[in-house]
Design a protein around this ligand. Structure first.
Ligand code: PLP
Length: 435
């Protein structure tokens, strides 16, 4: 019997990288870890020639489609004419900053970064620098990147909704020093009491509250407008910086991100993923007064890095943002997302499965429960096992997605060209085979 390429590649990768992968989140088990040989539009081809329609989209950055010519050609031109980086300023820095400001009215000034992790690190440090306070608060179920302080989470797997005590706060893994937890408080999305308590307890010490109002890491569960407004007001009243993490939602759920959907604006915002259609680029920014603390002046907030605002990333961002601002791309994404939601709705209803869709169509949360969970603790009631089985079946049939209902379905412009009838057929077969 000839070995599948996947088996050979995995065996070899094991010799050189822990778990045989370049980063943790790619490891799906020795036999399930996917090796991709090419990607175009909304389609992936794996190392054994199997094709998938992809709703994972590289953890969300692909908003137009893989290998979008308009973006790739701009990058190639940049490399050929201006190089990849010089460590000096270019006019492109300002041009991309102007594009972001034009789409996101709450941004007066911004700085660039290479990843969501870095953007969050920059925003939190800026909030601390501005307020002179140390404490931060985050929302249960969110993810904000790999800085040690962000690597704490509620232990939802070992918690039941009937439990009297809240879920334990545990590190994401080994190597996270205990003392990085000391300055972090957790609040529950859409829980007013939790919010009031936070500000009562931490009134003068809270530098910032950091949140994803539509939690891209908890099945697109969203803050209700009045809760987010109360958070906004409490931050203003208490001199606390509100940081909205739009790493997943920015330039995806709307041109102006989640904040434009709510009409509620942060003091600082982080962006990454969709702003570069897959090239590594990120930004953080906000009110002039707050961002004024960033800089090399005495007492300024340190920000920088060798690859920050490199020209490959910025030229990709410029081309992507230009398309998002000036074409119907996001409308097309929304329409494709709505179509997918409608067809999955028909499939689940026909199979007699309780289901609820969360979030905007570009970042579709699917929950096997009678209603969308109100927050991460309520997500515990969702039938995630059924979802996992369904997702693995879909993967077998050529639909790529994360086999966990906490990760939404990401939609890109190229999905508008997929065969929706095929998808409905495949989803029907998948759900039937796991019931
Ligand atoms: N913030 C949010 C909301 C995210 O979803 C992520 C990653 O998924 C990050 C920050 C970290 O971004 P990156 O993986 O680019 O470091």
């Amino acid at each position: 019997m000839t070995l599948k390429n996947q088996v050979k590649l995995m065996q070899e990768a094991h010799l050189h990288m822990p778990q045989g992968v370049a980063e943790n989140y790619r490891y799906w088990g020795d036999e399930q870890t996917v090796f991709i040989s090419s990607a175009k539009g909304a389609q992936l081809t794996d190392c054994d020639g199997k094709k998938y329609i992809d709703f994972r989209l590289g953890y969300g950055p692909i908003i137009l489609g893989f290998r979008d010519d308009r973006v790739d050609q701009a990058v190639i031109r940049q490399i050929q004419e201006g190089g990849t980086l010089s460590g000096f300023s270019t006019s492109l820095d300002t041009e991309v900053a102007k594009q972001i400001k034009a789409m996101c009215p709450q941004i007066d000034k911004l700085r660039f970064a290479n990843s969501g992790t870095e953007a969050v690190m920059g925003a939190v440090r800026t909030a601390r620098g501005f307020t002179g306070r140390d404490r931060i608060a985050i929302v249960e179920g969110s993810f904000h990147g790999l800085v040690d302080e962000m690597m704490w989470k509620s232990d939802i797997e070992n918690w039941n909704s009937g439990d009297l005590l809240p879920p334990k706060i545990i590190p994401f893994g080994a190597g996270i020093p205990e003392n990085t937890r000391e300055l972090v408080d957790f609040i529950e999305l859409n829980n007013f009491e939790s919010l009031e308590q936070l500000f009562m307890m931490r009134k003068d010490s809270l530098a910032c509250v950091l949140l994803e109002p539509i939690i891209g890491n908890a099945g697109s569960i969203a803050a209700c407008n009045c809760w987010l407004q109360r958070l906004r007001d409490l931050c203003t009243e208490n001199g606390t910086i509100l940081i909205i993490d739009e790493v997943k939602t920015g330039f995806r759920v709307a041109k102006g991100g989640a904040q434009s959907l709510y009409g509620i604006y942060a003091d600082l915002t982080t962006y990454a993923k969709a702003m570069g259609n897959g090239y590594p680029v990120a930004a953080f920014g906000g009110r002039s007064e707050v961002m004024a603390v960033v800089g090399s002046h005495a007492g300024g907030v340190v920000h920088g890095g060798t690859y920050t605002a490199n020209l490959v990333s910025l030229s990709a961002a410029y081309a992507t943002l230009d398309i998002l601002a000036n074409t119907n791309a996001l409308k097309t994404v929304d329409e494709a997302g709505l179509q997918i939601q409608a067809l999955l709705g028909r499939v689940f209803t026909a199979a007699g499965i309780e289901h609820a869709f969360a979030g905007p169509p570009a970042m579709l949360g699917i929950h096997f429960s009678s209603e969308v969970p109100n927050n991460y603790r309520q997500w515990r009631k969702v039938n995630n096992n059924l979802y996992k089985n369904f997702a693995w079946k879909l993967i077998e049939y050529g639909v790529m997605l994360e086999p966990d209902s906490r990760e939404p379905w990401f939609i890109c412009e190229a999905h508008s060209q997929i065969d929706f009838a095929w998808l409905e057929d495949v989803a029907t077969k998948a759900i039937k085979s796991v019931l």
